[in-house]
Design a protein around this ligand. Structure first.
Ligand code: SAM
Length: 315
């Protein structure tokens, strides 16, 4: 059994003994019986497991549904957790401050922060509920230079070369087609314009840990598509036509409590138990990679890594 399949069998099927035995008996075949939506790999070689997840939109809980559900309490629950990447972006704004675009704006946390620095900010998101929250936050703060538009990141309703800055923060792991998102970001950016992106990420040098994290995330939040490692971000951004200026990763700084994290995304019942089981049986390399610790009282804590990237569109 190759190490990726061994990892799946050892760590993610243990909550169901029959399923575990099935995986063990049939090396090199991922089985849907485990509840993970993945295609069968083409072979058993230790090649990078990307792309691994089925990119088909989840019919039961898409991003739209997930975020419409979360919209009302999103700010209160999440934004303090994510402030670091916003500060990173705000310290790297371009000199040209005419127009900016924030992709997958959510409740507008990044867009509203940009409003003080740009003549105009356009903010798009796929979720009506999140946009409604963003609009009411803008009006509560008397901000009038931000326009909110419902749109998918992969198909933007703007002319070529419209914006001086394009941002996208803590959202790309939900996108079904990252290449289309990058190509659209590039298209709507003016020559010399700046692209700033931040997201959760997985280690470049530990494929098993990366795979484990993406699978656990997909169980916790079915709108999760994939956290990409930093090197893949760099090459995809370059392939879209950008020049990459900076890629920074952070890890371990922001601690999350497992129960709090499950609660925030509305993960409960069997799905929550599967995630708890995956943490309880995580192999040593995963424990190390994500600083998983269990306190005396049983509370589990961990840290995801973050990637932040700055690029520009060449003339
Ligand atoms: C974690 S929130 C974003 C937070 C926000 N960018 C910020 O800085 O606070 C993720 C957002 O991505 C949006 N989203 C997911 N898939 C999308 C897509 N394909 N196109 C546009 N928005 C999308 C969701 O609706 C959600 O509002």
């Amino acid at each position: 059994m190759c190490r990726i399949h061994r990892n799946v069998a050892q760590n993610l099927s243990g909550s169901n003994a029959e399923c575990g035995a099935f995986v063990q008996r049939i090396p090199c075949i991922y089985t849907a019986a485990c509840g993970f939506s993945v295609p069968e790999p083409s072979g058993c070689a230790d090649k990078p497991p990307y792309p691994m997840r089925d990119m088909t939109p989840n019919p039961t809980r898409s991003s739209q549904e997930q975020f419409n559900r979360q919209a009302a309490h999103y700010d209160q629950q999440w934004n303090h957790w994510n402030r670091e990447s916003l500060d990173w972006m705000l310290s790297r704004l371009p000199e040209a401050r005419g127009s900016s675009l924030d992709i997958a704006t959510g409740t507008g946390f990044t867009a509203l922060a940009l409003a003080a620095h740009f003549d105009t900010v356009t903010a798009v998101d796929i979720s009506t509920g999140m946009l409604a929250q963003a609009r009411s936050r803008a009006s509560a703060q008397d901000i009038s230079n931000v326009t909110f538009i419902e749109s998918a990141a992969e198909s933007l309703p703007f002319e070529d070369e419209t914006f001086d800055l394009v941002t996208c923060r803590i959202a790309a792991h939900h996108f079904e087609n990252v290449q289309s998102f990058l190509s659209e970001a590039h298209r709507v950016l003016k020559p010399c314009g700046t692209f700033l992106m931040a997201d959760t990420t997985v280690p470049d040098d530990d494929l098993a840990a990366a795979d484990w994290q993406n699978r656990v995330e997909a169980v916790r939040d079915t709108s999760h598509v994939r956290n990409l490692p930093p090197s893949e971000w760099r090459s995809l951004v370059q392939a879209a036509g950008f020049t990459v200026d900076e890629v920074e990763t952070t890890g371990g700084a922001i601690r999350a409590g497992l129960e709090d994290w499950l609660l925030k995304s509305g993960c409960e019942g069997d799905e929550a138990d599967r995630v708890r089981h995956a943490f309880a049986t995580a192999p040593a390399e995963v424990v190390l990679a994500f600083h998983i610790e269990t306190a005396a009282g049983g509370a589990v804590e961990f840290s995801w890594m973050r990637v932040a990237l700055r690029a520009h569109k060449p003339t």
